[in-house]
Design a protein around this ligand. Structure first.
Ligand SMILES: [Mg+2]
Length: 377
């Protein structure tokens, strides 16, 4: 089997509400779609959702890099993922989002060639009992709201049946404490609440906030400090009881190793868009597991296509314990056919497709600016 051609598209998906984080606002997901086709008529789809403040790449840079990555792999064996990803990862140290799109398209192809859903290809249990493949995502509440708005949004999230909330924090001083206190009091003790500061605090502010939030029984604090501040991650972990999770500090397996070796974190947030795909995500999870540390799986602004790949990975690896795959809730439309779906009644419950691969394809009319890189065969 050889790669016959790679099609590259831009994919713009409008948000219902713009997403504000301490490091940037998003009005629209500006993604890139990749379709890898073979000489025996199989194809695999991938998606990149670049977010420059974190991943350092953009739709424009991904679209351009994709053409170079395509030229690197056309005419070659798509099933030799170790070799293909070695080539792709050696081509550039940056552009992790588009590397992940190629990676998930290759895994989609590999699973289709094996006739297996992706989770099963990755070693997940195939059974007639749907429950073995159920995962449940939290829903994120942004940082732009007042205390009253945070409470009202949290209430509506729980009314939709969710059992977990991720609250964005990182306001100055101790302003975040009132938000956490108010939603814990409103929602009662049984809803899981985690906070994500997106690097918004310095060390003293992080210590003060996390200590002040102790009575409200949070699940963990994600990226309280700057991505580079590993020394203070380590100090913070000694100082507070709340588990600490790294997100922007962990892109790949080397970052994961450094963090666990330094005793800097309790949990690691894997995002395919940071890791450059499933191939490296599996290594991060293996390092975490060896260090007795759990992983979460997160997202940027992916549609259900890239979320499908992430959900299959999470189902196949129970050490990926915390699920934050909620980006597709924020879209006005849905550019995807098949793949993972959100349960209509139980908020956050994710169902996987049982079709081979990750199960998702794009609606062609949602894709723009097609460019095809073909092998000379
Ligand atoms: Mg995060």
């Amino acid at each position: 089997m050889k790669i016959k051609c790679v099609e590259i598209y831009k994919l713009n998906v409008e948000f219902t509400h713009p997403i504000k984080t301490p490091i940037g606002q998003l009005d629209c997901a500006r993604n890139v779609a990749v379709k890898i086709s073979t000489d025996n008529d199989l194809f695999g789809w991938g998606e990149a959702s670049p977010f420059a403040p974190i991943t350092g790449d953009s739709q424009e840079s991904n679209y351009s890099t994709a053409q170079q990555l395509a030229r690197l792999i056309v005419g070659k064996d798509p099933l030799a993922i170790e070799s293909r990803m070695a080539e792709i990862n050696a081509f550039t140290i940056s552009e992790p989002s588009i590397r992940s799109a190629f990676d998930m398209a290759l895994y989609d192809l590999l699973a289709k060639a094996a006739g297996l859903p992706l989770y099963a290809l990755l070693g997940g249990e195939v059974s007639n009992n749907d429950r073995t493949r159920e995962i449940r995502t939290d829903l994120t509440i942004g940082i732009q709201d007042t205390v009253e708005q945070t409470v009202s949004r949290a209430t509506s999230v729980i009314e939709q049946g969710f059992n977990a909330i991720k609250l964005k924090v990182g306001r100055p001083g101790l302003e975040d404490v009132a938000h956490v206190k108010a939603i814990r009091e409103q929602l009662g003790p049984h809803v899981a609440i985690k906070i994500d500061a997106n690097q918004g605090w310095d060390y003293p502010t992080a210590v003060a906030n996390i200590q002040a939030m102790e009575p409200f029984h949070l699940q963990y604090a994600e990226q309280p400090l700057a991505a580079w501040d590993i020394d203070n991650f380590q100090k913070l972990r000694q100082k507070v009881a709340l588990p600490i999770c790294a997100d922007e500090s962990v892109f790949d397996d080397k970052d994961a190793l450094k963090l666990v070796k330094n005793g800097a974190v309790d949990y690691l947030n894997i995002k395919l868009g940071k890791a450059g795909g499933i191939h490296t995500a599996l290594k991060i999870n293996a390092i975490a597991e060896a260090a007795n540390s759990k992983c979460m799986i997160g997202c940027f602004a992916e549609s259900r296509l890239a979320l499908s790949a992430a959900a299959h990975l999470a189902v196949a690896r129970p050490n990926i314990h915390f699920i934050d795959l909620d980006s597709a809730f924020g879209f006005k439309g849905d550019p995807v056919i098949g793949g993972m779906s959100y349960d209509k009644k139980i908020g956050g419950l994710i169902h996987l497709a049982e079709t081979p691969g990750h199960g998702a394809i794009f609606k062609e009319h949602c894709l723009e600016e097609k460019i095809t890189i073909a092998a000379s065969m």
